[in-house]
Design a protein around this ligand. Structure first.
Ligand SMILES: Cc1cc2nc3c(=O)[nH]c(=O)nc-3n(C[C@H](O)[C@H](O)[C@H](O)COP(=O)(O)O)c2cc1C
Ligand SMILES: C=C(O[C@@H]1CC(C(=O)O)=C[C@@H](OP(=O)(O)O)[C@H]1O)C(=O)O
Length: 385
């Protein structure tokens, strides 16, 4: 079983992740992981923190001479901002007088529920871990899964399809071309005209002290037929993908394939008809997003996730001081105006992780060579049917 854990506060010394269950002999390209971390930090609309951080992963165990050994892989990412927080976030001793407790919860953040649930006077003890800073470790972990998938010809792409009220109407080109164009965009959209409109909208939101959400799409190519299972609810790959995407901060909706549109369309226009030619089953459409019965069907896996607007507003919403119970405007923390392009990179990582897990469940072995043998013989067997 492939699993991971993360730890770390947003303004603590570092973030940590441990991956357990990787096979041995997987080449681990550190620069690839660091490139994904860099991508997560990009995107128009991010706040001051991204100017401080330049995330890089350090591997502490499980890898020797660029290859996994089949043992747990431990990784850390330093918080450069820690140098500005070492007193206020000290791990030992008493709180210094410079610490001002946060007592005015921000609507939409974990502040109020977290402070009550964990019995905290200072909301900082909640927001430090609730913060999307942890998505850096999610990307590091997902990038390792991505390297595993890439070894077997499976690629993961992501792009933004809606931001605020601006929608990307049509996509021209192959999945790889769209993703490549989106890669060059400041807001991760393939169309430069749409990019311009989105940037104007982010500027307007910023000037108004407001924030914006949006929708991103993740596409996986090369996944074989048969990942996931219909045999039990917790084995369904569509369910697992939804969970993985919803685990990203601020994600409030997930669609597989045409998603909610399927509910509004008659069956004759929804289900992808099956053909057979050139020795393989074919589909002319992919409304199902590559998943039927919680199992991959050989078409690209297509999932979309909706991100709500950032909860911290520079023109804050009404709240209550938890100490006095008096009405107050919510606390202003340094913040992003829009992080949908960054969330898309986290989405790629979470999808890669989930597909990687299912891949190892199906073809798992202790070494890459053993998995290669399993994979080859399965492809041969289904090719003969
Ligand atoms: C990449 C990324 C960056 C984010 N940046 C901020 C931010 O700067 N300020 C903020 O209040 N929320 C930010 N969020 C959203 C909050 O972390 C999130 O809304 C909060 O933890 C509450 O969780 P929920 O929205 O999932 O309910 C960000 C989310 C992501 C994915
Ligand atoms: C640190 C990151 O995102 C943070 C997510 C976040 C939140 O509340 O989720 C709040 C902000 O933190 P800070 O108050 O330190 O500026 C963002 O910058 C990151 O993406 O690496």
């Amino acid at each position: 079983m492939l699993r991971y854990l993360t730890a770390g506060e947003s303004h603590g010394p570092a973030l940590t992740a441990i991956i357990e269950g990787l096979p041995s002999n997987l080449p681990l390209d550190l620069e690839f992981i660091n490139h994904q971390l860099w991508r997560r930090q990009q995107g128009y609309g991010r706040g001051g923190r991204m100017k401080i951080e330049s995330d890089r992963v350090e591997i502490l165990s499980g890898v020797r001479f660029d290859k996994t050994m089949g043992t747990p892989v431990a990784m850390t990412i330093q918080n450069k901002d820690w140098r500005n927080w070492s007193e206020k976030m000290a791990i030992t001793g008493q709180a210094p007088s410079s610490v001002v407790e946060i007592t005015k919860p921000r609507p939409g953040h974990a502040d109020l529920a977290g402070a009550l649930k964990y019995n905290q006077e200072d909301i900082r003890n909640v927001l430090e871990r609730a913060s999307a800073r942890n998505t850096a470790t999610m990307v590091a972990v997902g990038s390792v899964a991505r390297l595993l998938l890439r070894h077997f010809g499976i690629e993961v792409y992501g792009h933004v399809v809606e931001l605020g009220s601006v929608r990307v109407e049509k996509f021209e080109g192959t999945i790889a071309e769209i993703a490549e164009r989106a890669e060059r965009s400041e807001v991760r959209v393939a169309d430069p005209e749409v990019e311009k409109r989105i940037i104007e909208q982010i500027d307007a939101a910023k000037a108004a002290g407001d924030t914006l959400g949006g929708v991103f799409e993740i596409i996986v190519t090369g996944a074989p037929i048969g990942l996931g299972s219909y045999s039990h609810p917790d084995r369904k790959l569509d369910g697992r993908l939804a969970q993985a995407l919803m685990s990203i901060q601020a994600i409030k909706g997930v669609e597989i394939g045409i998603g909610f549109d399927a509910a509004r369309t008659p069956g004759s226009h929804v289900h992808d008809e099956i053909g057979y030619s050139q020795g393989a089953y074919q589909r002319r459409t992919n409304h199902a997003g590559g998943l039927e019965g919680g199992v991959t069907n050989g078409q690209p896996v297509v999932v979309r996730a909706a991100m709500k607007p950032i909860p911290t507003l520079y023109k804050p919403l009404e709240s209550v001081d938890m100490r006095t119970k008096e009405p107050y405007r919510a606390t202003i923390e340094r913040s992003d105006v829009c992080a949908v392009p960054a969330a898309a990179v986290v989405g790629e990582a979470m999808v890669a992780w989930t597909i990687g897990q299912s891949f190892l469940e199906k073809f798992g072995g202790d070494s890459i060579e053993e998995i290669e043998r399993n994979y080859k013989s399965y492809l041969q067997a289904i090719g003969e049917r």
